[in-house]
Structures are given as structure tokens and as C-alpha cells.
Design a protein around this ligand. Sequence first.
Ligand SMILES: [Zn+2]
Length: 425
Amino acid sequence: MFDLLIKGGTLPDGSVADIGITGDTIAEIAPALESTAKETIDATGDLVSPPFVDPHFHMDATLSYGQPRVNASGTLLEGINLWGELREEASVEDMVERALTYCDWAASMGLLAIRTHVDTTPDHLRGVTAMLELREAVKDYIDLQLVAFPQDGLYRTETGRANLLRALDMGVDVVGGIPHFERTMQEGADSLVDMCRIAAERGLMVDIHCDETDDPLSRHIETLARETLRHGLGGRVAGSHLTSMHSMDNYYVSKLLPLIAEAGVSAIPNPLINIVLQGRHDSFPKRRGLTRVKEMQAHGIAVGWGQDCVLDPWYSLGTGDMLDVAFMGLHVAQMTHPEEMARCFTMVTETNAQIIGLEGYGLKKGAKASLVVLDAATPTEAVRLRPARLAVVAKGKIISRSARGDATLSLPGRPGQVRRRHALP
Ligand SMILES: [Zn+2]
């Protein structure tokens, strides 16, 4: 007898299966399981997916939009300045409270693993203290991975480097950086050499805010790939944003992409944010600023969609729904072929899990029993509808339920109910 049985759901690969859960583990997954269960969810006709994963977020700043003021120019730099004021005002309790509220939203959307960058610039490191407390508070339902992120640069402040090391000593998981924000191109490159060495020595992963600029000559990704190769860190290093690649010379990119592939560096574009922050210095034509997603994937580079921000100094919207992220990414990267649309769903689930090194992930026997039941028939339909999460299961426990998104129609001669589903040929 199982503790929980998810009956008759359609998996992302199109197969239909029952999923039997015992404790916090998937005990069996097969087309028709005979065993009974203490509790059963009927998922017939609904999509059952492993949970959504966000590989790039800023939990210390979330739900702070308008504090201390709104970002009037809409630029990355004004956002950084506003955050610089807010992080001196916000207490540990403020940050934990805002982040816990966000985690409630995430849990309700089936977003159960999040890599969040935490600012290590201020000497008080209150953000680090808050996020370590949060990681512990949500561990039964959200896997939170923390990146030590020197927002103002590793070298631009006197204690930038020392504070990053202090944060790692306190238990932060991943080494972060922002080379394009250092004083010079050379110092940016030096910071990457330094950070990759720190990661190699400590056995940690690396995730860099890399080339988040429209400057086509911002080429820090090249150094990141080189240092990844030098230390054998392949598969454990991510370049977030990489927006300058949008504007780079095509010949240079033809040399760069094989290098990134050879190094095993993955890429995390953040389409909601990149489409609003980039191109702000352009008149017309105005660049989109999203990195070259399909082109990297064609070279075998792992690319996952990240969310980055929800209601903070950089972004005035956001919901915690990774399908919003996939939807925007699909549009901006023009991933409209059926295979590409389905891939956008895989990017916010399996690919993101792979990029952040999540263990026990997936719908298979022996994996962690975390999953989401969606009011959609297929992954592509889920991206199109961004539908209700009918049930969210985290480590064997049902943590959220939502009603279907059906509408009741009052139109003569037409059906009384409408669900907006549509089977594709
Ligand atoms: Zn970021």
C-alpha cells in the first residue's frame, strides 16, 4: 500500500502512468499500478511533471518593489543603486518575511527548487544571515541553493572579496560574481580567475552574472570558459544572462560557442528581465538583448530559463510561475517550432535541475516524490495556458491544491463550460 497514488496522469514524454509514493520517495511508476493507497489523486487527462526549478533568483530583494523608490529609468544600474539603499535599511526579519511570502507563491506554482543569489557586499551580511535562515525554514518543501553574489563587484569595494569568502564560510553553496561591473575589463577577467580558483579549492559550483550588458565587447564568458577548463569544473559552472552575446560580432560568436561547449559551461538567460532591462540605451532599432539560446543549444550547451526577479528594484511584475518565464523566453528567442515549444518546458524543469546539480530529481523509481499536476494535456499546452496547478506534491506531501481554470459560459447554443484546451495535430 502506497501513502499516495497519482493515477492516470500524462507524463511530459506523452506516456500515461500511475505514480506510487511511499514516504518521500517514488516507490513505483508504471502504466497501471494494482496497489491501493492511503490517498489518491486522479490525474486522468492531466499533465504530471517533475517540479519547476528556477536556476536564477534574488530572494533577498523579492517583494520589495517601490522601496525606497520605484526604478524610474528601468535600467540595471538604477536598480543596483536602489538596492544599495534598501539593503542598508532592511532587517533580517524583513528579508525572511518577504522571502517566505514569495516561497508560498512558489510552492503553489509547483516551483520547488530555487537557486538564489544573495548579496555579499555589505559588511553586515544581513542578507546572508536571512537566506541561511530561510533555507532551513523551507527545506521540507523547497530546495534552496544560495550563491554568494558580490553585487558591487569582487574588487570594487574594499571588503568585497573578504565578504564573499565569509559568506562561503557561513554555509553559502555556490561562488558568484559580476565581472562586467568591476572597474575595468581586466579586473573583470581577474575576478573570474580568482573566483574559479576559489570554487576549485573549495569544491563548489560557480554561477556568474556574466556580460549582462549590451556592450558587444563584454567577453567575460570567454574567460569563464577558459578558467572552467583550467580547473576541470565542467558541468558545475553557469554563465547567467550572457546578454552581450546578442550584440557580438558573428565571427567571434562562431569561435566562442564551441569554446563554451568544450568547457561544459551552461547558460541561464532570464527573459522577463533581459527584455525589459536591455536595449535601454538604444533608440531604434532597439535590441532585444536576450542571449543566443537556440544557437547555444545547437552546440550542445545546456541552456535553462531563469526568473531572476519578482517585484523588486529591477522588475515591477512577476508571479513565481516558471511557465511565465518559459512563455516569454519562447517569444523573445522565437522558439515557435513544436519541438522548440516543448523544449521550453523541459528548460524550466529537467534542464534547470541538471544545471544546478539537483539530486533525486525526476519522475522515476527511487527519485524524490516531488511533482506537479497541471490543468493541461501536454508540456506545450502548459506553456500556452500557464494553467492551474491542480496539485503540488513536495517530498511525498500534498502542499498545494488549486481549482481548474474552467469558465462558465452563458451563450445561446454554446457549451456551458469552457476550458481553453486544444489538442494539437
Ligand atoms: Zn540576477
